[in-house]
Design a protein around this ligand. Sequence first.
Ligand code: PAF
Length: 282
Amino acid sequence: MKIISNIKDMQTRCLAARAAGQTIAFVPTMGFLHEGHLSLLREGRERGDLLALSIFVNPTQFGHGEDLDRYPRNFERDESLARECGVDLIFYPNAEAIYPADYATYVTVEGPLTTTLEGTCRPTHFRGVTTVVAKLFVIVQPHVALFGRKDFQQLAVIRRMTLDLNLPVEIVGMPIVRETDGLAMSSRNVYLAENERKQALALIDTLGLSVQMVRDGERNVSKVLESARQRLHVEPDLTIDYVKICHAQTLAEVETVDQESVMLLAVSVGKTRLIDNGSILC
Ligand code: PAF
């Protein structure tokens, strides 16, 4: 396994692999790897001759007052987990390399896909995500890139960008990996104090209750959302950013639950922001 920080070196190495007929599988991350990331790496290992992982805490996707400075980092641990998953190349650039002082180019997916849900709470977030992912694609030149479905909207936005820019990359969305008690794996879970960790389970509980309500015959979205909010409000340290039921592809809010409906939730527990989602008619 090689660790490369220099952009030109990474690009040269990846272009040479392509020229030699190798398929490149790529997992972009911000590091502090957990089982969710490892599931992407294992799938990437199956799909690519060369498996590349990037570790870069991307400043442009954090808004003012968000957790950029305290975002968890542990490169040594990430390195050994990557080795166990059979990663060939770790791309580990610094912020000055990705965004030099005279940097001026951004990639933006316009319209409702980026202005709803996360976009209402974090207006500059997706511009940062699409900019860095586009740059990483140009550097790593992957045939296939893997992303977790926990960031459901991010996945939709990246698919849109890839399609709109005709990028020759297959985007693969992988299932959410959960702790045994159901909490979706996230690097941010380490922020949670013990009592907050318990309250965070309201997310999976709410998803489960909503699925059950739909199974019992309720199709009216307002009613399902009302009961979801009631469940979340039970937790004293939990504040709701949004709970919505949307069409899985367009992310437009729907009035009636159907096979395409997905529930998306964003809450803060104490100071920690958590998101989750799930199909609602399954
Ligand atoms: O999902 C993430 O970890 C990040 O948003 C990504 C895709 C690596 C871009 O920085």
